[in-house]
Design a protein around this ligand. Structure first.
Ligand code: GDP
Length: 309
């Protein structure tokens, strides 16, 4: 029987590693625990950007070049909305809309987000267990030089331009881990943290009461893949955010951030000469091709196996 692997993940960076894992082990043995701090309601619809990125990526529907949304998407809904003077800062493609409409409907009729997510994954042939971190509402907010901004206003409407002073996860204190989250962590043979943004994608997960403790007491080794490649983030606001928070864009900062949670860090060869105080392995962590994704996933599991032995 192959090992059971749990991976904590946000959207794009995380989906790359989950897809890599699926190339090297049976999907049924993988549980992805996904950030929902980016979730928000827009035009009356319940939108879960990181869950959707995983659904699209793992079912082969993602627009990889664009970095979000569906491949071959059409935009009639958005065009009509704009012509009526509707809000157009958050783009919703026609196919994408189906997901949000159905999710909103299912949530409104009493289905928890975890059940809705499992249903969508099954419909699209995604065989991993894909769990939202919680079924309860948690909303990432940023304190910035432009005032308090809900996550999507910072990320999409303001394109990460505001200077971030602090981050909080509204509702996290009262949230419970979604069904299966704590069990998956306890039963895992290896636990990975994807190279997702540690402050915006992984911290919301760690803020849900019970998840951090489950990780601290898990029998499995925990390995994070660093989002830093060559002293920069591959994409997104990670590096900008780190400097605004007064941190060096280094693996020392990433290791310090995950101190007490991780046992090992997979770092990129371009940054391999840093003197880290925790177990680490150096490899090429840039995931451009499907082979790269599989190779980085294998390296993360190799480090976990080394730490277990
Ligand atoms: P989002 O939720 O869609 O913003 O995406 P994530 O939080 O999951 O991932 C964003 C992070 O992934 C960024 O900090 C990137 O540096 C990191 N990332 C993206 N692609 C790669 C890659 O190929 N290798 C590594 N090491 N990190 C990556």
């Amino acid at each position: 029987m192959s090992k059971r692997v749990v991976i904590l993940t946000g959207g794009v960076g995380g989906a790359k590693l989950v897809l890599g894992l699926m190339q090297i082990m049976p999907a049924e043995r993988i549980t992805a625990i996904v950030n929902t701090g980016d979730d928000f309601e827009h035009l009356g619809l319940a939108i879960s950007p990181d869950l959707d990125t995983l659904l699209y990526t793992l079912s082969g529907k993602a627009n990889a070049a664009q970095g979000w949304g569906r491949d071959g998407e059409s935009w009639q809904f958005m065009d009509a909305l704009k012509s009526l003077g509707g809000e157009d800062w958050f783009l919703l493609g026609d196919g994408d809309m189906a997901l949000h409409v159905l999710r909103t409907r299912l949530l409104a009729t009493g289905n928890p987000l975890s059940a809705v997510t499992a249903r969508f994954a099954k419909a699209w042939g995604v065989d991993i267990a894909m769990l939202p971190m919680t079924d309860d509402p948690v909303a990432t907010h940023l304190t910035t030089d432009e005032g308090d901004l809900p996550f999507q206003h910072y990320f999409v409407a303001r394109r990460c331009a505001p200077k971030v002073q602090a981050i909080r996860f509204e509702g996290a204190d009262h949230a419970s881990p979604a069904p299966g989250v704590l069990e998956a962590i306890a039963e895992a043979d290896a636990i990975l943290i994807a190279p997702s943004n540690p402050w915006l994608s992984v911290d919301p997960l760690l803020a849900v009461p019970g998840i951090r403790t489950a990780l601290e007491t898990a029998k499995a080794p925990i390995v994070a893949v660093s989002p830093i490649v060559g002293g920069q983030a591959v994409k997104g606001p990670t590096a900008k955010l780190m400097s605004e928070l007064g941190l060096g864009i280094t693996n020392t900062s990433i290791a310090a951030h995950y101190n007490g949670v991780i046992d090992g860090l997979l770092v990129d060869m371009r940054d391999g000469d840093e003197d880290l105080s925790l177990s680490h392995m150096v490899t090429d962590t840039l995931m451009q091709t499907l082979d790269d994704r599989a190779r980085v996933a294998q390296a993360a599991l190799d480090l976990a196996a080394r730490l277990a032995s």
